[in-house]
Design a protein around this ligand. Structure first.
Ligand SMILES: Cc1cc2nc3c(=O)[nH]c(=O)nc-3n(C[C@H](O)[C@H](O)[C@H](O)COP(=O)(O)OP(=O)(O)OC[C@H]3O[C@@H](n4cnc5c(N)ncnc54)[C@H](O)[C@@H]3O)c2cc1C
Length: 215
C-alpha cells in the first residue's frame, strides 16, 4: 500500500498550547508538553487535537479506498475514472498475507493457507484482472466513454486519493484500522499512517499508544 505525507500542520506543542488557552489564555508558551498531551488524550479532551493535522496520499486497491472513505470526518480528493483513464496496476496478495479465516464473521483469526491455495488465488486474481483490463481497453479503443468503460474494472485495481483531517480524526482512524480486526490491507495502510504521525507528532503518537495498548 502506498502511504505518503503531503502536508503536516501544527505540532505536539500546538496541541498543548491549544489546551492551555482554556486556563492560561494566550500567554501559554510553556516548554513542558508531554504530560499534558498524554492526559488530554487519556481523559478524552479531544478538541486540542483538532488544531493540528495532516494530508496523506494513498495508493491502494479500490476495496481499501471504499473503507477509507467511510471515515466521514475527513476531507477527500479521489482519482476520477470519468475524467482520466485507469492504469493497469492490480492487487495480488503478498506471499506473507494470510489467506484463510477461521472462526465467526466478526471474530475470526487469519491463517496462512496452503501453497496450493496461494497459487490458485494469485492465478485467479491475475487472470480476472487481465480479462477486465482487456475488456476496458477494448471499450476505450472503441470510443466508449470512460464513465461507462470503467464499470468492468475490478476492486483489485489500484487508485489514488488524498485524505485530510485533524490529529483527532487520524487517531480515531488508527484506533479502528491499525487493529487486527480490520481488513489486512487497510491495516498495512494504517501502519504507514501511524509511522508518519509518529515522525511528525511523537508526543501525540505516544499519548495515543498509551491508551491503545500497542507494544
Ligand atoms: C473492523 C471494522 C469492520 C467494519 N465493518 C463494516 C461493515 O460490515 N459494514 C459497514 O457498513 N461498515 C463497516 N465498518 C465501517 C464502520 O461502521 C464505520 O463507518 C467506519 O469505521 C468509520 O467510523 P466512524 O463513523 O467512527 O468514523 P468517522 O466517520 O470518521 O466519524 C468520526 C466520529 O464522528 C462521529 N460521527 C460521525 N458520523 C456520525 C453520525 N452520522 N452521527 C453521529 N456521530 C457521527 C462519531 O463519533 C464517529 O466515531 C467497519 C469498520 C471496521 C473498523
Amino acid at each position: 500500500m502506498g502511504v505518503e505525507l503531503i502536508e503536516a500542520w501544527g505540532s505536539d506543542r500546538k496541541v498543548a498550547q491549544s489546551a492551555r488557552v482554556s486556563t492560561l489564555g494566550l500567554d501559554n508558551d510553556r516548554e513542558k508538553i508531554a504530560g499534558l498531551v498524554k492526559a488530554l488524550w487519556r481523559d478524552g479532551h479531544y478538541s486540542p487535537f483538532e488544531s493540528s493535522g495532516m494530508t496523506i496520499a494513498f495508493d491502494v486497491p479500490m476495496f481499501v479506498r471504499d473503507q477509507l472513505v467511510r471515515h466521514k470526518s475527513f476531507s477527500f480528493s479521489v482519482k476520477s475514472l470519468r475524467y482520466s483513464e485507469a492504469a493497469p496496476k492490480f492487487f495480488v496478495p503478498d506471499p506473507l498475507r494470510p489467506l484463510v479465516q477461521v472462526g465467526k464473521a466478526l471474530d475470526y483469526r487469519r491463517e496462512e493457507g496452503t501453497a496450493l491455495q496461494r497459487k490458485i488465488t494469485a492465478a485467479i486474481i491475475k487472470s480476472n484482472a487481465k480479462q477486465s483490463w482487456d475488456s476496458y481497453q477494448y471499450m476505450i479503443n472503441l470510443g466508449i466513454c470512460d464513465e461507462v468503460a470503467r464499470s468492468v474494472l475490478p476492486t483489485s485495481l489500484f487508485t489514488q486519493l488524498w485524505m485530510t483531517g485533524s490529529l483527532r480524526s487520524w487517531l480515531h482512524f488508527l484506533d479502528q484500522r491499525d487493529d487486527p480486526h480490520a481488513q489486512f490491507e487497510i491495516q498495512e495502510a494504517a501502519g504507514g499512517v501511524r509511522k508518519i504521525l509518529g515522525e511528525n507528532y511523537p508526543v501525540t503518537h505516544d499519548a495515543w499508544k498509551a491508551t491503545k495498548g500497542n507494544s
